[in-house]
Design a protein around this ligand. Structure first.
Ligand SMILES: [Zn+2]
Length: 67
């Protein structure tokens, strides 16, 4: 069993450049176009490390994909 301990001072590091992720940049991308059928949940957030612009692994939600 894994014990999850809350650590208010935890600062995650970017897995690419190891910068401290005190903040991440985010924007929405619209993926509902061009597929023929309009997807209702066609919005997805994309996150980026502000230092290297690569995407840290932040909770990818798969449930909103329609196929
Ligand atoms: Zn980075």
């Amino acid at each position: 069993m894994t014990v999850i301990r809350e650590s208010p001072d935890l600062v995650p590091l970017c897995p690419h450049c190891e910068a401290a992720l005190t903040e991440v940049e985010a924007r929405t991308i619209d993926v509902g176009r061009g597929g023929g059928v309009q997807i209702r949940f066609g919005r997805r957030y994309v996150y980026a490390c502000p230092a290297c612009r690569k995407e840290p692994s932040i909770s990818h939600r798969k449930g909103f994909w329609a196929g």
